[in-house]
Design a protein around this ligand. Structure first.
Ligand SMILES: [Fe+2]
Length: 188
């Protein structure tokens, strides 16, 4: 039985920085509760990975399907103990008059719960909202510091040694260097 809810959040960082943060799995150890991540399979825009994290006293290990929909959307499906969960995150400039400074992120979550757990859906939603707030607080430390130092520049993510999921697709959308492909923010 499906339960859906939407979270809208703002951060003082450009959409390019926010999307890079979604694709930069190397920053995951900065998150509280993170235990481990292993990429099982990766193509140009889709990856499957296992992630282990501590939620309260529990060690939770989930399989994740992660899809980048250039330029500004992530589709994320998780096989969770509460049932399959589908999350679509869309990143937009918060202020269209001054792009590249702040973002509005809309996170649409659908949880397909077993009938037995469905009466607890509001409680589950509250827990997921709280978890989302905690992750955002930790990401803000990285995002807003980056924005203060580098603005919306993301070329450092594109250097050879950096491991960014779907690097070429990200480069095509956000790189400003002609040698790395022209910046092109049109959806493809
Ligand atoms: Fe993060």
């Amino acid at each position: 039985m499906k339960h859906s809810f939407t979270i809208v959040k703002r951060t003082q960082a450009s959409p390019s920085n926010v999307i890079a943060n979604y694709l930069d799995i190397e920053h995951m150890p900065f998150h509280t509760g993170f235990v481990g991540c292993r990429v099982v399979s990766e193509t140009s825009r889709v990856a499957c990975f296992e992630m282990s994290s501590k939620v309260g006293p529990f060690l939770v290990r989930n399989v994740h399907y992660y899809e980048y929909r250039p330029p500004n959307q992530i589709f994320h499906a998780i096989k969770s103990p509460l049932g399959p969960m589908y999350i679509v995150s869309t990143v937009e400039d918060a202020d269209k008059e001054s792009p590249g400074r702040a973002s509005e992120v809309t996170v649409e979550t659908t949880l397909d719960m077993p009938r037995l757990l469905f009466p607890a859906r509001k409680l589950v939603e509250r827990l997921l909202r709280r978890l989302n707030d905690a992750v955002l607080r930790e990401d803000r430390l990285v995002l807003e510091r980056r924005q203060a130092l580098f603005g919306d520049d993301v070329e450092d993510y594109l250097r050879e040694p950096q491991c960014l999921l779907f690097k070429e697709a990200f480069r095509q959308s956000y790189s400003k260097k002609p040698s790395g492909g022209r910046a092109d923010t049109a959806a493809s």
